[in-house]
Ligand binder design. Structure first.
Ligand code: SF4
Length: 146
């Protein structure tokens, strides 16, 4: 990995949660590595709202999905941050729920190009209602709990 090599990485470790750790020679190298990682689109802030969202590959990588789960997860992360929503969100391309088997505060399951929505549920549970992708922002509108 060029980023780690440029920072003079001493060792490289990968966590089971897809987190990459490496030691560097000094603070300046650490700052440069973080800036480079951020520029690449990697998460460098432990409070990043994207870390509270589980999403499977979805479309187009999985043929069981009619929705682009990862793209929508990024959009949801911005909405979550903007509205101060503190719950855990699961975006699943279909009811199989590959990304998370436990219940989430808010779960969205792909359904014919839109999403089924449920609270405190898994992707396999009955959905409370169905929304279009365009209505994702409305989930966090004032007066709703997400
Ligand atoms: S949850 Fe469904 S759409 Fe997502 S990866 Fe698993 S099978 Fe594919």
């Amino acid at each position: 990995m060029t980023l780690a090599a440029d920072a003079g990485a001493i060792d490289l470790r990968l966590s089971p949660w897809r987190t990459l750790y490496f030691g560097v020679r000094d603070e300046a190298a650490a700052r440069a590595a973080v800036a480079s990682a951020r520029a690449l689109g990697l998460i460098v802030d432990p409070n990043d709202s994207l870390l509270r969202i589980d999403a499977c590959p979805g479309a187009p990588d999985c043929e069981s999905s009619s929705v682009e789960t990862r793209r929508d997860a990024h959009r949801l992360a911005m909405l979550v941050a903007a509205h101060g929503y503190t719950g855990r969100v699961h975006v699943s391309g279909c009811p199989k729920g590959c990304a998370r088997s436990d219940a989430s505060d808010l779960v969205l399951v792909g359904d014919a190009g839109g999403y089924g929505v449920a609270h405190n549920a898994t992707a396999r549970d009955p959905m409370e209602r169905r929304i279009s992708r365009q209505a994702l922002a409305d989930l966090f509108a004032e007066g709703r709990r997400g």
